[in-house]
Ligand binder design. Sequence first.
Ligand code: HAM
Length: 406
Amino acid sequence: MVDILPGEVEKWRALEAIIHEEAANFNFEEIRTPIMEQTELIKRGVGQLTDIVTKEIFAFTKGDNNYVLRPELTAPVVRAFVQHHLAQRGGAQKLYYIGPMFRAERPQKGRQRQFHQFGLEILGTDDPIADVECISFMMRIYERIGIKNFTLKLNSIGDPESRESYKSVLRSYLEPHFDRLSELSQKRLEKNPMRILDSKEPEDQEFIKNSPIISDHLNEESTEHFKKVCEYLDLRGIEYVIDPLLVRGMDYYTRTAFELTSPDLGSQDALAGGGRYDLLVEEIGGQPTPAVGFAAGMERLLIACEELGISLSDEKSIDIFMVCLGDNARNWAIEHLYEFRNRGISASMDYKGRSMKAQMKEANRQNAHFALIIGDNELESGKLVFRNMLKSDEQHLSLDEILNQF
Ligand code: HAM
């Protein structure tokens, strides 16, 4: 887990501001859910046999209840949607979020145990336009920031009918190789053979490479839906690559699945991912409600910015630093600091009663645009020294004249 320190927080705030701004442009509403959820929700939502549930959840028990730190936000958002009857607000619910997630993975560059995602979910429509709106929003954020070097991978993993027929084909293909599959894949073969396609185990790779592909087993409805998604992406001018082996790491997906990868990220190359999950709301106890969404890793986005030399925030600065010479000056500063701050002029002062030289150094360290130099003479004459730090020139001005400079 990682501390985000002053100096870095500014980048996060700049990124968050972009996300909030674009969400407003796309007319999405923010949702915030608790950091913890009941274990059962994540097991049912994400899937019993997924890596997340089998290996990566931080779980604990309190009394009779089992909790996890949320590893993702789709299942929690669906829980909130059902619990608070959000469908009753009418229309499709367009929700977005920003926040920390937790996965007990082996940490490495771009992979943390507490990491942050932004993402969105559209609940209540199976129109392919919704799929394309999700993808458009995702792309828009990277576009605005200036990250252009990525690949959008796209697949349809079908509806349950298509998947059942594909699963039996996949099982028949893999069964003769059972002994050579990884232990985890052996466990998954019977109940969830498609999960094997997402395996990272080296011994599985040769079988994954040559496996039958889902697109040959989609029924007419799923084929038609996927065709429309591709058509709308073409209309929007969004480039993509169809990857027939893309299945994603959660069990809730149906039909559209997508992932955005970047060569600037090294081995953890997924910037973002998402897809459609038409059955999850029902699985969690709601009315049948088709839905689609995505989430993006914020640390990975910031790593990509660093690799590309993109700076998200200006260097921190302050409008005025008050340099106080003597107790009277300090009293004056304490009394008047808020007159600046109340007008939205950022202002600070020395806290240590140091020499003028040390205070000027501090003004520089804080990147002050102006130093306000106050001593007994200045207080007596009512004219303070207002020094432009960049130009190194000084004027003698009254408080009102100084306030009028902003
Ligand atoms: P996910 O692919 O598991 O999808 O995560 C989305 C993104 O979160 C990844 O592409 C990656 O950038 C980032 N991420 C995941 N794990 C870590 C980690 N340990 N450290 C740093 N970054 C990480 C989901 O979470 C789905 N809920 C997405 C979704 C929303 N599908 C439909 N709606």
